[in-house]
Design a protein around this ligand. Structure first.
Ligand code: PEP
Length: 252
């Protein structure tokens, strides 16, 4: 059996942060040194801050990611940003298919897959988000929904080096609610199975991270579950102490 992949703890700042937020970033960077021996650490700020954050983080152990990209490399797409532009600004990864994009921008699995392919084309890691809504969970469809989204969003040529899958139950995002250990464990086991079936050996070392109301207080339990290889953190990543408190699970 392959050894467990190196964990990734990534913060999604969403539409939060101004130039002055580089101060919070510095606090995160100053706590990263020791922790980065055991896990990859990443902050995904809004697009406006990627270049400044990438400059500030140069030489540190903190990676900078983005929150979305267009599938095309360039062209007449007013207001959009390509994966190549994100790479040029200093990002090393991009989140695609976040539930807020799927819901508020009607993104489909096919579009998410095209964005993940664009990420690979630009040399970025694609963090592909999948997860069921509350209604789907209550209807007992969690595994079917997650399986369908993953199969539909998986890009060709994916490997442990260029793909991370984030399981984010929609009802757990920003609500303070979390699934049980048993629920997370079943979903991550299914994701692992699908990755191995589609990608072969590299599916075993592709990171599957959990997102949805991860906090310092529940991180030990959630990140200790089999096949949970890190976390995608929204609200709690905006404060250095909380982000480092969660990542600290891997330093303990
Ligand atoms: C997210 O939006 O990706 C997320 C996990 O948010 P939160 O941690 O705030 O639930």
């Amino acid at each position: 059996m392959a050894s467990a992949p190196r964990p990734l703890v990534a913060g999604n700042w969403k539409m939060n942060g101004l130039k002055g937020s580089v101060g919070e970033l510095s606090k995160i960077m100053s706590g990263c040194g020791e922790l980065s021996r055991k896990a990859d650490l990443m902050i995904c700020p809004p697009t406006t801050l990627i270049a400044a954050f990438a400059d500030a983080a140069r030489g540190s152990q903190l990676q900078i990611g983005a929150q979305d990209c267009h599938a095309e490399p360039s062209g007449a797409f007013t207001g959009d940003v390509s994966a190549e532009m994100l790479a040029d600004a200093g990002a090393s990864a991009v989140i695609v298919g976040h539930s807020e994009r799927r819901t508020l921008h009607n993104e489909t699995d096919a579009q998410v897959r095209a964005k993940a392919l664009a990420a690979r084309r630009a040399g970025l890691i694609a963090i592909v988000c999948i997860g069921e809504t509350r209604a789907e969970r209550e209807a007992g469809q969690t595994l079917a929904v997650v399986g369908r989204q993953l199969e539909g969003s998986l890009p060709e040529g994916a490997s442990g080096d260029n793909l991370v899958v984030a399981y984010e139950p929609v009802w757990a995002i920003g609500t303070g609610l979390t699934p049980t250990v048993d629920d997370v464990s079943k979903v991550h086991a299914l994701i692992r199975q699908i990755l191995v079936r589609n990608l072969g050996l590299t599916g075993d070392v592709t990171r599957i991270i959990y997102g949805g109301s991860v906090k310092p207080a529940n991180a030990t339990e959630l990140l200790g579950i089999a096949n949970v290889n890190g976390a995608l953190i929204g609200g709690a990543s905006l404060k250095a102490a909380d982000f480092l408190g969660i990542a600290g699970v891997y330093g303990a």
